[in-house]
Design a protein around this ligand. Structure first.
Ligand SMILES: Nc1ncnc2c1ncn2[C@@H]1O[C@H](COP(=O)(O)OP(=O)(O)O)[C@@H](O)[C@H]1O
Ligand SMILES: [Mg+2]
Length: 266
Protein backbone atom coordinates (compact mmCIF):
# COMPACT_ATOMS: atom_id res chain seq x y z
CA UNK A 1 0.00 0.00 0.00
CA UNK A 2 1.42 3.35 -0.93
CA UNK A 3 0.64 6.60 0.82
CA UNK A 4 -1.04 9.23 -1.33
CA UNK A 5 -1.41 12.08 1.13
CA UNK A 6 0.19 12.52 4.52
CA UNK A 7 -0.56 15.21 7.07
CA UNK A 8 2.21 15.67 9.63
CA UNK A 9 1.87 17.69 12.84
CA UNK A 10 -0.39 20.22 11.18
CA UNK A 11 -1.60 23.19 13.26
CA UNK A 12 -3.68 26.26 12.47
CA UNK A 13 -4.89 28.96 14.81
CA UNK A 14 -7.32 31.61 13.58
CA UNK A 15 -7.20 34.94 15.34
CA UNK A 16 -10.75 36.28 15.18
CA UNK A 17 -10.15 39.26 12.98
CA UNK A 18 -13.33 41.22 13.63
CA UNK A 19 -12.76 44.98 13.65
CA UNK A 20 -13.41 45.06 17.40
CA UNK A 21 -10.47 42.80 18.19
CA UNK A 22 -7.14 44.21 17.21
CA UNK A 23 -5.07 42.18 19.65
CA UNK A 24 -3.85 38.83 18.34
CA UNK A 25 -4.41 37.17 21.67
CA UNK A 26 -8.13 37.89 21.71
CA UNK A 27 -10.43 34.98 20.91
CA UNK A 28 -7.90 32.85 19.03
CA UNK A 29 -9.34 29.54 17.79
CA UNK A 30 -7.07 26.54 17.46
CA UNK A 31 -8.85 25.00 14.46
CA UNK A 32 -6.26 22.21 13.96
CA UNK A 33 -3.94 21.10 16.73
CA UNK A 34 -0.90 18.94 15.91
CA UNK A 35 -2.83 16.72 13.52
CA UNK A 36 -1.24 13.74 11.72
CA UNK A 37 -2.72 11.03 9.49
CA UNK A 38 -2.01 9.29 6.17
CA UNK A 39 -4.34 8.41 3.28
CA UNK A 40 -3.47 5.35 1.19
CA UNK A 41 -3.76 5.19 -2.58
CA UNK A 42 -7.15 3.86 -3.65
CA UNK A 43 -8.97 4.17 -0.35
CA UNK A 44 -11.94 6.24 0.71
CA UNK A 45 -10.67 7.91 3.84
CA UNK A 46 -13.34 9.45 6.05
CA UNK A 47 -12.91 12.45 8.33
CA UNK A 48 -15.75 12.85 10.81
CA UNK A 49 -16.42 15.17 13.73
CA UNK A 50 -18.99 17.63 14.97
CA UNK A 51 -19.37 21.02 13.34
CA UNK A 52 -16.41 23.23 14.26
CA UNK A 53 -14.01 20.35 14.90
CA UNK A 54 -11.63 21.59 12.18
CA UNK A 55 -12.48 19.31 9.23
CA UNK A 56 -12.86 22.04 6.62
CA UNK A 57 -9.69 23.71 7.85
CA UNK A 58 -7.86 20.46 7.03
CA UNK A 59 -9.43 20.37 3.53
CA UNK A 60 -8.75 24.05 2.92
CA UNK A 61 -5.14 23.66 4.07
CA UNK A 62 -4.62 20.82 1.58
CA UNK A 63 -6.16 22.93 -1.21
CA UNK A 64 -4.05 25.99 -0.35
CA UNK A 65 -7.04 28.06 0.75
CA UNK A 66 -5.77 28.27 4.32
CA UNK A 67 -2.14 28.70 5.40
CA UNK A 68 -1.29 26.38 8.28
CA UNK A 69 1.03 27.68 11.01
CA UNK A 70 3.04 24.50 11.35
CA UNK A 71 3.43 21.04 9.91
CA UNK A 72 3.67 19.31 6.55
CA UNK A 73 1.21 18.19 3.87
CA UNK A 74 2.89 15.57 1.70
CA UNK A 75 1.20 14.68 -1.59
CA UNK A 76 2.98 11.68 -3.13
CA UNK A 77 5.91 12.55 -0.89
CA UNK A 78 6.19 16.25 -1.81
CA UNK A 79 5.44 18.91 0.78
CA UNK A 80 2.76 21.22 -0.62
CA UNK A 81 3.64 23.89 1.93
CA UNK A 82 7.18 24.18 0.54
CA UNK A 83 6.09 24.54 -3.09
CA UNK A 84 5.96 27.64 -5.25
CA UNK A 85 2.59 28.86 -6.57
CA UNK A 86 3.39 27.38 -9.98
CA UNK A 87 4.32 23.97 -8.62
CA UNK A 88 1.12 23.93 -6.60
CA UNK A 89 -0.98 24.85 -9.60
CA UNK A 90 0.32 21.78 -11.43
CA UNK A 91 -0.38 19.57 -8.40
CA UNK A 92 -3.99 20.80 -8.31
CA UNK A 93 -4.66 19.05 -11.59
CA UNK A 94 -4.15 15.81 -9.63
CA UNK A 95 -6.03 17.01 -6.57
CA UNK A 96 -9.47 18.56 -6.59
CA UNK A 97 -12.18 19.43 -4.10
CA UNK A 98 -15.97 19.23 -4.20
CA UNK A 99 -17.44 21.82 -1.86
CA UNK A 100 -20.47 21.52 0.40
CA UNK A 101 -22.64 23.99 -1.40
CA UNK A 102 -23.06 23.54 -5.17
CA UNK A 103 -25.22 26.68 -5.20
CA UNK A 104 -22.28 28.90 -4.39
CA UNK A 105 -19.71 27.05 -6.53
CA UNK A 106 -21.71 27.34 -9.77
CA UNK A 107 -21.94 30.78 -11.35
CA UNK A 108 -25.69 31.41 -11.89
CA UNK A 109 -25.00 33.51 -15.01
CA UNK A 110 -22.91 30.84 -16.78
CA UNK A 111 -24.09 27.73 -18.58
CA UNK A 112 -23.37 24.32 -17.10
CA UNK A 113 -21.02 23.64 -20.02
CA UNK A 114 -19.02 26.77 -19.24
CA UNK A 115 -18.75 25.85 -15.53
CA UNK A 116 -17.58 22.28 -16.15
CA UNK A 117 -15.07 23.55 -18.72
CA UNK A 118 -13.63 26.24 -16.44
CA UNK A 119 -10.86 24.04 -14.94
CA UNK A 120 -9.68 23.17 -18.47
CA UNK A 121 -9.72 26.85 -19.35
CA UNK A 122 -7.77 27.78 -16.21
CA UNK A 123 -5.14 25.11 -16.83
CA UNK A 124 -5.16 25.92 -20.55
CA UNK A 125 -5.71 22.30 -21.61
CA UNK A 126 -6.73 21.15 -25.10
CA UNK A 127 -8.27 22.84 -28.12
CA UNK A 128 -11.78 24.29 -28.06
CA UNK A 129 -13.22 21.13 -29.62
CA UNK A 130 -11.31 18.84 -27.27
CA UNK A 131 -12.55 20.81 -24.29
CA UNK A 132 -16.14 20.53 -25.40
CA UNK A 133 -15.73 16.79 -25.95
CA UNK A 134 -14.30 16.38 -22.46
CA UNK A 135 -17.18 18.37 -20.93
CA UNK A 136 -19.70 16.09 -22.64
CA UNK A 137 -17.79 13.00 -21.47
CA UNK A 138 -17.82 14.44 -17.92
CA UNK A 139 -21.60 15.00 -18.15
CA UNK A 140 -22.09 11.34 -19.06
CA UNK A 141 -19.64 10.33 -16.29
CA UNK A 142 -22.00 11.90 -13.75
CA UNK A 143 -25.01 10.22 -15.40
CA UNK A 144 -26.33 13.34 -17.09
CA UNK A 145 -26.18 14.02 -20.84
CA UNK A 146 -25.20 16.69 -23.35
CA UNK A 147 -28.57 18.46 -23.13
CA UNK A 148 -27.26 19.89 -19.86
CA UNK A 149 -24.45 21.71 -21.67
CA UNK A 150 -26.51 24.80 -22.44
CA UNK A 151 -28.61 24.82 -19.27
CA UNK A 152 -28.24 27.15 -16.30
CA UNK A 153 -27.85 26.26 -12.59
CA UNK A 154 -31.31 27.56 -11.62
CA UNK A 155 -32.89 24.91 -13.89
CA UNK A 156 -31.32 22.07 -11.89
CA UNK A 157 -32.13 20.28 -8.63
CA UNK A 158 -29.67 20.15 -5.72
CA UNK A 159 -28.58 16.63 -6.66
CA UNK A 160 -28.03 17.61 -10.32
CA UNK A 161 -25.99 20.63 -9.25
CA UNK A 162 -23.81 18.42 -7.08
CA UNK A 163 -23.31 16.12 -10.11
CA UNK A 164 -22.17 19.17 -12.10
CA UNK A 165 -19.77 20.13 -9.30
CA UNK A 166 -18.36 16.58 -9.41
CA UNK A 167 -18.10 16.71 -13.23
CA UNK A 168 -16.05 19.92 -13.03
CA UNK A 169 -13.54 18.23 -10.72
CA UNK A 170 -13.14 14.89 -12.52
CA UNK A 171 -12.72 16.60 -15.89
CA UNK A 172 -9.08 17.23 -14.95
CA UNK A 173 -8.63 13.48 -14.35
CA UNK A 174 -7.41 13.93 -10.77
CA UNK A 175 -5.97 11.12 -8.65
CA UNK A 176 -7.24 12.52 -5.40
CA UNK A 177 -10.58 14.10 -4.59
CA UNK A 178 -11.63 15.87 -1.39
CA UNK A 179 -15.37 15.89 -0.77
CA UNK A 180 -16.22 18.30 2.05
CA UNK A 181 -19.81 17.70 3.23
CA UNK A 182 -20.56 16.91 -0.41
CA UNK A 183 -23.91 15.24 0.26
CA UNK A 184 -24.89 16.95 3.52
CA UNK A 185 -27.34 19.40 1.99
CA UNK A 186 -29.19 16.69 0.01
CA UNK A 187 -32.20 14.49 0.81
CA UNK A 188 -31.31 10.99 2.01
CA UNK A 189 -32.34 9.23 -1.24
CA UNK A 190 -30.34 11.71 -3.34
CA UNK A 191 -27.38 11.34 -0.94
CA UNK A 192 -27.37 7.61 -1.65
CA UNK A 193 -27.41 8.19 -5.42
CA UNK A 194 -24.47 10.61 -5.22
CA UNK A 195 -22.49 8.23 -2.97
CA UNK A 196 -23.08 5.41 -5.48
CA UNK A 197 -21.95 7.69 -8.29
CA UNK A 198 -18.77 8.54 -6.35
CA UNK A 199 -18.09 4.83 -5.87
CA UNK A 200 -18.52 4.18 -9.61
CA UNK A 201 -16.19 7.07 -10.49
CA UNK A 202 -13.64 5.85 -7.98
CA UNK A 203 -13.47 2.52 -9.76
CA UNK A 204 -13.55 3.99 -13.27
CA UNK A 205 -10.79 6.55 -12.67
CA UNK A 206 -8.80 4.85 -9.85
CA UNK A 207 -9.52 7.73 -7.47
CA UNK A 208 -8.54 8.18 -3.84
CA UNK A 209 -11.02 10.07 -1.65
CA UNK A 210 -10.83 12.22 1.44
CA UNK A 211 -14.49 12.22 2.36
CA UNK A 212 -15.48 14.72 5.04
CA UNK A 213 -18.79 14.74 6.90
CA UNK A 214 -20.24 15.51 10.31
CA UNK A 215 -22.54 12.51 9.69
CA UNK A 216 -20.99 9.28 10.99
CA UNK A 217 -23.76 7.27 9.36
CA UNK A 218 -22.81 8.50 5.87
CA UNK A 219 -19.08 8.14 6.63
CA UNK A 220 -19.55 4.56 7.80
CA UNK A 221 -21.47 3.64 4.66
CA UNK A 222 -18.96 5.19 2.27
CA UNK A 223 -15.47 4.94 3.77
CA UNK A 224 -12.81 2.23 4.20
CA UNK A 225 -11.03 3.93 7.09
CA UNK A 226 -12.39 6.59 9.37
CA UNK A 227 -10.56 9.33 11.28
CA UNK A 228 -12.42 11.05 14.09
CA UNK A 229 -11.64 14.69 14.92
CA UNK A 230 -12.57 16.66 18.00
CA UNK A 231 -11.49 20.23 18.79
CA UNK A 232 -8.82 20.13 16.08
CA UNK A 233 -7.24 16.91 17.34
CA UNK A 234 -7.30 13.35 16.05
CA UNK A 235 -9.29 11.10 18.38
CA UNK A 236 -8.74 7.78 16.57
CA UNK A 237 -8.49 6.12 13.15
CA UNK A 238 -10.19 2.76 12.52
CA UNK A 239 -11.18 0.42 9.70
CA UNK A 240 -14.89 0.75 8.93
CA UNK A 241 -15.14 -3.04 8.68
CA UNK A 242 -13.95 -3.43 12.30
CA UNK A 243 -16.35 -0.80 13.57
CA UNK A 244 -18.35 -3.02 15.93
CA UNK A 245 -15.40 -5.26 16.89
CA UNK A 246 -13.20 -2.65 18.49
CA UNK A 247 -13.40 -0.57 21.61
CA UNK A 248 -13.70 3.04 20.50
CA UNK A 249 -12.53 6.17 22.25
CA UNK A 250 -15.32 7.64 24.42
CA UNK A 251 -15.83 10.58 22.02
CA UNK A 252 -16.27 8.23 19.02
CA UNK A 253 -18.67 6.08 21.01
CA UNK A 254 -20.69 9.21 21.75
CA UNK A 255 -20.96 9.90 18.02
CA UNK A 256 -22.11 6.32 17.40
CA UNK A 257 -24.64 6.54 20.21
CA UNK A 258 -26.11 9.66 18.60
CA UNK A 259 -27.03 7.82 15.36
CA UNK A 260 -30.79 7.23 15.28
CA UNK A 261 -31.54 3.48 15.59
CA UNK A 262 -33.38 3.32 12.21
CA UNK A 263 -30.01 3.69 10.50
CA UNK A 264 -28.37 0.83 12.39
CA UNK A 265 -29.17 -2.01 10.04
CA UNK A 266 -26.69 -4.54 11.40
N1 LIG B 1 -11.48 31.74 8.22
C1 LIG B 1 -11.69 31.58 9.53
N2 LIG B 1 -11.51 32.59 10.40
C2 LIG B 1 -11.71 32.43 11.73
N3 LIG B 1 -12.06 31.26 12.30
C3 LIG B 1 -12.25 30.21 11.49
C4 LIG B 1 -12.08 30.30 10.05
N4 LIG B 1 -12.34 29.07 9.52
C5 LIG B 1 -12.66 28.27 10.54
N5 LIG B 1 -12.61 28.93 11.73
C6 LIG B 1 -12.87 28.35 13.05
O1 LIG B 1 -12.10 27.16 13.18
C7 LIG B 1 -12.83 26.13 13.81
C8 LIG B 1 -12.92 24.92 12.89
O2 LIG B 1 -13.73 25.25 11.78
P1 LIG B 1 -13.94 24.29 10.55
O3 LIG B 1 -12.62 23.79 10.08
O4 LIG B 1 -14.78 24.99 9.56
O5 LIG B 1 -14.74 23.08 11.22
P2 LIG B 1 -15.71 21.97 10.57
O6 LIG B 1 -15.46 21.94 9.09
O7 LIG B 1 -15.31 20.71 11.27
O8 LIG B 1 -17.10 22.37 10.91
C9 LIG B 1 -14.19 26.73 14.16
O9 LIG B 1 -14.15 27.17 15.49
C10 LIG B 1 -14.32 27.90 13.21
O10 LIG B 1 -15.11 28.91 13.75
MG1 LIG C 1 -16.83 22.11 7.49
Amino acid sequence: MTVMLEILNLSKTFSQSGALFKSKAVNATKAIDDLSFAILRGESFGLVGESGSGKSTVANSIMGLVNPDEGQILFEGQDLLQMSQNERRTIYQDMQMVFQDPYSTLDPKKTIGWSIMEPLTIHNLGTKEERKERVIQALYDVELDETYYTRYPHELSGGQRQRIAIASTIILKPKFLIIDEGVSSLDVSIQAAILNLLNDLKEKYALTYLFISHDLNVIEYFCDRIAVMHHGKLVEVFNAIDEDKIEHQPYTQKLFDAIPPIYLNK
